[in-house]
Design a protein around this ligand. Structure first.
Ligand code: SAH
Length: 259
């Protein structure tokens, strides 16, 4: 009998994986990896490891979930060390728990290796702490992948009034609906909002506005996925402590001046 490691690859920057996660990549006979991971991580795999891509675009999985579950069980039964590599943390909107359930049902040995989730890392690289003694003492991780009028089980009223900082995943397509709801339930119109695209990757870009202005700003700047939406007063700290994009800009300028 083999073993399955369900591993969080971290948000993008290749160095943000854990030592344990990296060891699981190095030891794996088979790696099943998702779309959002940094592909550079695969260069640490054994030369003869089998690398299987498991996801194309959201809602259009290259391998449907059931097929992935089945593969994990089958490879482990063949005695292989299997690493299931997922973006960020496997238990934060990552279906890692569903896969663990299937492994448990099939009596396959497995371990969960947490990773740094995008909802904390992307804002950190944008100079936005998710908590701060003066600006935010509570923080919620929220899915923005809901349909207006339909399966929206989000407790907007509690989120609008009861939580200081919101990190909203998969929400770019629903940004107008998200802002409308927060405003409707009493969040101040001047609440700062940031969208962080490709957080911690070289391509990272951040735009900021308020609950009232951000929809238009996002349209103008054509913010795409994957992006995290951060809502709350903590966003204002970016003015003072942004570091990553500044560092990149300085490097780009330096490159230009050398050319
Ligand atoms: N398990 C992942 C989340 C998967 S859901 C984690 O813990 O981070 C996919 C959503 O995560 C995307 O739609 C986007 O909202 C967010 N996301 C993942 N990687 C991101 C990144 N590098 N920058 C910004 N958002 C990211």
């Amino acid at each position: 009998m083999g073993k399955v490691y369900i591993v969080g690859a971290g948000p993008g920057d290749v160095e943000l994986i854990t030592l344990k996660g990296l060891r699981c990549i190095k030891e794996a006979d088979v790696i099943l990896y998702d779309r959002l991971i940094n592909r550079e991580l695969l260069s640490y795999a054994k030369p003869n490891a089998q690398l299987i891509f498991c996801g194309k675009l959201p809602n259009r999985h290259a391998m449907i979930q059931e097929h992935i579950n089945h593969s994990l069980v089958q490879y482990a039964k063949q005695g292989k060390v299997v690493t299931r590599l997922k973006g960020g943390d496997p238990f934060v909107f990552g279906r890692g728990a569903e896969e663990a359930e299937v492994l448990a049902e099939n009596h396959i040995p497995y371990e969960i290796v947490p990773g740094i989730t995008a909802g904390i890392a992307a804002p950190a690289y944008a100079g936005i702490p998710v908590t701060h003694r003066d600006f935010g003492s509570s923080f919620a991780i929220v899915t923005g992948h809901m349909k207006e009028g339909k399966d929206d089980s989000i407790k907007w009223e509690s989120l609008a009034n009861g939580v200081d900082t919101l990190a909203i995943y998969m929400g770019v397509g629903n940004l107008p609906y998200i802002c409308q709801n927060l405003l409707k339930y009493g969040r101040s119109a001047t609440t700062p909002v940031a969208l962080v695209y490709m957080g911690t990757f070289e391509e990272q870009q951040t735009v900021t506005g308020t609950l009232v202005t951000i929809v238009e700003i996002a349209q103008e700047t054509q913010v795409k996925n994957p992006s995290i939406i951060i809502v709350g007063e903590v966003v204002s700290l970016r003015e003072k402590i942004q570091w990553f994009e500044q560092k990149k800009e300085a490097l780009d300028l330096l490159k230009e001046s050398v050319v």
